[in-house]
Design a protein around this ligand. Structure first.
Ligand SMILES: Cc1ncc(COP(=O)(O)O)c(C=O)c1O
Length: 413
């Protein structure tokens, strides 16, 4: 055995930007510091929030002597999977009634994307699909690309989404990219509250998107990480997914309960599979079992129990919807307050996009120099892309953040 390390040739990987930003924020000693980078809800006191309904259900679970720590089935807790899919697809979903929906309990939304990607690479429309193009919006959540690359896909492409000049959706570009995509390409679609732009297609635009995708045999893989956060209403935020199902698409929908249940570290996610018939879905699930078995073998129970208990009890369900609305309303309030302040200050540029965008994030339009100024001089942490988490704003720091944006924009055009 040589004296050198067997790890000598391992290159150091760069840190994940959002985690690095949070680490830098923690180390910053300036009392004015503000973290607008983190992708999690914060109260008006700037604190994480354990949803009251979650606290209640946790207590209920702790007191339930019938529960134990035996392994869950490979595909997860049955009542979690069924009810998670019901939330995504709707009470009256034709696909659920026709018994052609399956769920896979996954480790967060990321796990659902990863398991879905792994399945598609192995089995989508034939087998060994490493060359099938996978289209990801430009820009997108930075992990999408890596998840699909790590699943073995070799042809990852960007589809146009954001029109920087008009600070809105580039529908024309998006539709053109769909028209020219090879048939059967896979498209990752943000179900609502697009991360990072906060800009979703309108219902009419979704219909146009679905029409092109149907005609060109494109596969929709929805990523639903913010159901309830966009509008405060679970049904409204699931509109696109449900519309695609009603149009007869086979699709995947990766659901995360990290944000809307505040269960970030419990890793609760579900991959809803909608197929043409029961037999299709059962065969897909049998392969999902093979994939899960070699990755995490079977999923953890606590988060799934919390979600399943909440979704199956009408009272708790109502309470949860109320909690989600509390979070969504606070985001909406911060949007209007920030916009009002920037407009009152006469900050150069237009700021209506702050209230027009939805969900947790806003794509401010701040350029890299302005972002650098905000971080270095103002101790306000935000992503290099100019994305801010609206929940990082509070009634106490709004004035400071608005005047800092004003300074950054005035100093660096
Ligand atoms: C668009 C998008 N998809 C998926 C996820 C992953 O969520 P989870 O933490 O449940 O893995 C996130 C989290 O930030 C996200 O923003």
């Amino acid at each position: 055995m040589a004296a050198g390390s067997v790890f000598a040739s391992v290159p150091r990987a760069p840190p994940v930007a959002v985690f690095q930003l949070t680490a830098d924020f923690r180390e910053d000693r300036d009392p004015r510091k503000v973290n607008l980078g983190v992708g999690a809800y914060r109260t008006d006191e700037g604190q994480p929030w354990v949803l009251p309904v979650v606290k209640k259900v946790e207590q209920k679970i702790a007191n339930d002597t019938s529960l134990n720590h035996e392994y869950l089935p490979i595909l997860g807790l049955p009542e979690f999977r069924a009810n998670a899919s019901r939330i995504a697809l709707g009470e009256d979903s034709c696909a659920i009634k026709e018994n052609r929906v399956g769920g896979v309990q996954c480790l967060g939304g990321t796990g659902a994307l990863r398991i879905g990607a792994e399945f598609l690479r192995r089995w989508y429309n034939g087998n060994n699909n490493t060359t099938t193009p996978v289209y990801i919006s430009s820009p997108s959540w930075e992990n999408h690309n890596s998840v699909f690359v790590n699943a073995g896909f070799k042809d990852i492409r960007a589809y146009r989404y954001w029109d920087a000049a008009k600070r809105g959706l580039d529908l024309e570009g998006l539709l053109e990219d769909m028209e020219s995509a090879p048939e059967f390409s896979i498209f990752i679609l943000h179900a609502c509250a697009h991360n990072p732009t906060g800009t979703d297609p309108t219902l009419e635009q979704w219909k146009q998107i679905a029409a092109v995708m149907k005609r060109r045999f494109l596969f929709p893989f929805f990523d639903s990480a913010y159901q309830g956060f966009a509008s405060g209403c679970l049904d409204r935020d699931a509109w696109a997914v449900r519309y695609f199902v009603s149009e007869g698409f086979e699709l995947f929908c990766a659901q995360s309960f990290s944000k809307n249940f505040g269960l970030y570290n419990e890793r609760v996610g579900n991959l809803s599979v909608v197929g043409k018939d029961t037999d299709n879905v059962q065969r897909v699930l049998s392969q999902m079992e093979k994939i899960v078995r070699t990755i995490w073998s079977n999923p953890p129970s606590q988060g799934a129990r919390i979600v399943a208990t909440t979704l199956t009890c009408p009272q708790l369900f109502a309470e949860w919807k109320d909690n989600v609305k509390t979070m969504a309303d606070r985001v909406l309030l911060m949007r209007s307050e920030l916009r009002a302040r920037l407009q009152a200050l006469g900050t150069p540029g237009t700021w209506n996009h702050i209230t027009e965008q939805i969900g947790m994030f806003s794509f401010t339009g701040l350029n890299p120099k302005q972002v650098e100024y905000m971080i270095k001089e103002k101790h306000i942490y935000l992503m290099a892309s100019g994305r801010i988490n609206m929940c990082g704003l509070t009634t106490k720091n709004l004035d400071y953040v608005a005047s800092s944006i004003h300074e950054a924009v005035t100093k660096f055009q």
